[in-house]
Design a binder for this molecule. Sequence first.
Ligand SMILES: [Zn+2]
Length: 173
Amino acid sequence: MRKAALTVDTWELARLGQEQQGDAPLAGFSRLLEGLPEQTDHVVNWSVTGETNALGQRFMVLQAQVDVTLECQRCLSMFDYPLQTENRLQLVETEAEIEAEEAGEDDPDTPDHLLGSSFFDVLTLVEDELILALPYVPKHEVCPSLPQELETSEGSDTGRPSPFAVLAELKKD
Ligand SMILES: [Zn+2]
């Protein structure tokens, strides 16, 4: 399944300070899904918001989120991880400006540069950013397997009388 191409006009978004948002089925994000376990029908929610600052610099803030099924590397069970990303990118008009930024690269606070376009392929950027947000070693914050086992064994105990209760009954006679 390929995701449908979806374009936005980054210059218009920045000029008008507009937001555009949408949903796309996770199944279409084949690069993101490479190497991940089988997924259920999750949906990627995304939005892009344009900005122009007082200096005339143009930006686009991209946000995206989706629940992805990952395998916990501690207990090896599958769990849904709330994958989300937000990045503020400075829009530039030429590849040369991107190269200049990469050559400089001394200020970590400088936003990443992005080549703007009137027909910008937004879902490819969404996919790139989500890939960067994937955890290297996915893990539950607290693995549920151990507490669950304790709970079920405790639960099954309540169904039958404890040996002490049985003894107490015998002593009554
Ligand atoms: Zn786990």
